[in-house]
Write a protein that binds this ligand. Structure first.
Ligand SMILES: *Cc1c(COP(=O)(O)O)cnc(C)c1O
Length: 400
């Protein structure tokens, strides 16, 4: 067995599939220190630059003095600190929802949201490009009735409705009604496009289904003050379950679910990801409270993020790159060939610019690309420097 594992790793290395994980020796900002060398950072999900913001640091330090660091228990026993309730209140108010429940990651929030609600006889309707954590959540819930629709394609979803309705009208073997859940990412992290949420609200209404959106890349990015995709489309109260991560724009760590009071209370009583794993730590929670408050108070960082996004996209287009169909800060630079995308990222790394190469199986074969993520932590000068280097290598590889 042990030899088998070592063998697999050896093969991965030989085939170029092994992931050499980099170690950061600085805080997360416009630049990163890796192996003692400074790199322009165009790959973190630190949209608003909160990961090392002074106000969040200070909040964490003060909370440590008062409450220590750990919570030493699960939320449902004695791990709930007053800070957790304060954070949940801030999040509910920020998202304009009745209630919020916080867990220790966005991944766990998706597991909680789906596993707690659905069982094997229920029905899930899912976008084909949904995040891995949604796919895992559906597996964990052991749902057997899965309807996958083409990415963002509500027509394709509607073409399956007769079948879904027929199944929904059949009782389960124990004589119960079947629950139906439509689930989608808000912003899709490979292309930077967004879900057709208003149309999905209509389908959910027609089907009597729950509608759930995973807003991981939408919060801190879309809507007023970065409230997310539901605010962007003015659909407050019409999406039953909103899942968020506190590990991207919010700058720290954690995940949460917002929705009606009864839904949140149900999760608080039943979600295994809340009941059987420890609470978010004191410094994390305190920093998050400060961050959410800051986002609610001012849209200064959000405006900077968008102005940087427009600058980056315009500069790349002017240089002649195909940057896909993104409508968010997530900016693909299309390459096509898998090895060329890998080479592109490696050459940029040598030039002091850190970007992610995204290739099969994360995207379809032949659709490999770089993915750039600007942040409010960047200046225009930083981005100009990045585009210069990207153009230099792009020319060398014959892309422009
Ligand atoms: C990043 C991400 C998650 C996971 O969030 P974590 O807090 O890192 O666990 C879930 N869903 C989507 C769509 C994401 O992009």
């Amino acid at each position: 067995m042990k030899n088998q594992l070592a063998g697999t790793i050896k093969t991965m290395k030989e085939k170029g599939l092994y992931n050499y994980i980099k170690t950061v020796e600085s805080e997360q900002g416009a630049y990163l220190l890796v192996d003692g060398k400074k790199y322009l950072n165009l790959c973190s999900n630190n949209y608003l630059g909160l990961a090392a913001h002074p106000r969040l640091k200070k909040a964490a330090q003060e909370a440590i003095e008062k409450f220590g660091v750990g919570t030493a228990s699960v939320r449902s026993l004695i791990g709930t600190n007053s800070l957790h309730l304060e954070l949940e209140k801030e999040l509910a108010s920020f998202k304009k929802a009745e209630g919020a429940i916080v867990v220790t990651s966005g991944y766990l929030a998706n597991l909680a949201a789906i596993q707690t609600l659905l069982g094997k006889d229920d029905i899930v309707i899912s976008d084909e490009l949904n995040h891995a954590s949604i796919i895992d959540a559906v597996r964990l819930a052991q749902v057997t009735n899965k309807f996958i629709y083409k990415h963002g394609d509500v027509k394709n979803l509607r073409s399956q409705i007769a079948k879904i309705n027929a199944l929904k009208n059949e009782k389960t073997p124990d004589g119960a009604n079947r629950q139906v859940l439509i689930v989608t990412d808000g912003v899709f992290s490979m292309d930077g496009d967004i879900a057709p949420l208003p149309e999905l609200v209509a389908v959910a209404r027609d089907l009597g289904a729950y509608l759930m959106v995973d807003d991981a890349h939408g919060e801190g990015v879309l809507g007023k003050n970065g409230r997310g995709i539901v605010d962007h489309f003015h659909l407050h109260g019409q999406v039953d379950i909103e899942v968020g991560t506190l590990s991207k724009a919010f700058g720290v760590l954690g995940g949460f679910i917002t929705g009606k009071k009864s839904l949140v209370e149900y999760y608080r009583q039943r979600a295994r990801q809340f009941l059987f794993t420890n609470a978010l730590s004191i410094p994390d929670t305190a920093a998050l409270i400060a961050g959410v408050r800051m986002m609610g108070e001012s849209d200064r960082l959000l405006k900077k993020l968008w102005s940087n996004t427009e600058f980056l996209k315009e500069s790349l287009k002017k240089a002649g790159f195909d940057i896909g169909q993104s409508v968010t800060p997530l900016t693909p630079v299309m390459v096509g060939d898998e090895n060329k995308a890998k080479e592109f990222a490696a050459f940029l790394f040598q030039e002091g610019v850190m970007v992610s190469a995204i290739k099969y199986p994360m995207v379809a074969l032949g659709k490999a690309r770089l993915r750039l993520i600007p942040s409010a932590a960047h200046t225009k000068k930083d981005l100009r420097y990045g585009v210069e280097k990207i153009s230099l290598i792009g020319k060398k590889l014959g892309l422009i």
